[in-house]
Design a protein around this ligand. Structure first.
Ligand code: ADP
Length: 216
């Protein structure tokens, strides 16, 4: 294993490498999770949804309680707490061997979610591509989220007021990330298309990223 010295400290190269990351970015209801889950089944890709990490917490724990408090109002959980939780969770999947950074691309959905989180994660992730699932039709997103509330029993989708507040949080806090990553290759995809059509667009970008060519 390669050793690197920085300011008199020696690190193993493994500890220094950033995760090769693909960001699935878009408003709540734009289909990030649908796409991310499918992509995560492909060998060589590992999907991590920050919302799932939060939902796996015990609601009686301090962090679990904070999650319920913020998400039920359509707000983001504070940044440092979020990034720390995400980092611990991804390290565990690494230790268990489910995610192998030398082998797998990390597909991130729901994190980073604002510019401060991008900055906190700068040394941890190397963003290779951003897939932006774009849906200017807010009513369409609201309809999708209401259906999801019934299907998944999610508190944060339960009423229209919370949904609208989440969409407003996306506009004010998440969208500026597109500017932050302006030098990174971005694919703007119409999220109102069918899941299959969206998947096709993502796959084209991923084939390009991995240096493969489209089958004829
Ligand atoms: P959606 O797919 O509707 O955007 P998520 O499952 O990704 O929903 O997230 C649900 C809630 O969890 C968010 O509204 C927010 O309160 C919290 N959350 C998820 N990811 C983050 C994050 N990166 N930073 C802060 N809060 C987050």
């Amino acid at each position: 294993m390669q050793l690197i010295s920085v300011h008199g400290l020696t690190y193993r190269f493994k500890d220094m490498a950033r995760y090769r990351t693909i960001l699935i970015f878009g408003a709540p209801g734009s289909g990030k999770g649908t796409q991310g889950k499918i992509l995560g089944k492909i060998p060589g890709f590992y999907h991590c949804a920050c919302g799932d990490v939060f939902r796996s917490l015990d609601p009686a724990s301090e962090l679990g309680g904070a999650f319920l408090e913020y998400s039920s109002k359509g707000q983001l959980v504070p940044d440092e707490m979020t990034v720390r939780l995400w980092h611990e969770s991804i390290r565990k999947t690494e230790e268990s061997g489910k995610f192998k950074p030398g082998r797998d691309y990390l597909i991130l959905d729901g994190i980073p979610r604002n510019v401060a989180q991008c900055e906190l994660m700068e040394e941890l992730i190397e963003v290779r591509r951003v897939f932006h699932l774009s849906c200017p039709d807010r009513d369409k997103l609201v309809e999708r989220l209401k259906k999801r509330a019934l299907r998944d029993n999610r508190l944060d989708d339960a009423n229209e007021e919370v949904i609208r507040s989440r969409l407003a949080t996306y506009d004010s806090e998440s969208k500026p990330m597109l500017h932050h990553y302006s030098t990174i290759k971005r694919h703007d995809i119409d999220a109102s298309m069918t899941p299959l059509e969206v998947m096709y667009e993502i796959l084209k970008g991923l084939l390009e990223e991995t240096g493969a060519s489209l089958p004829r």
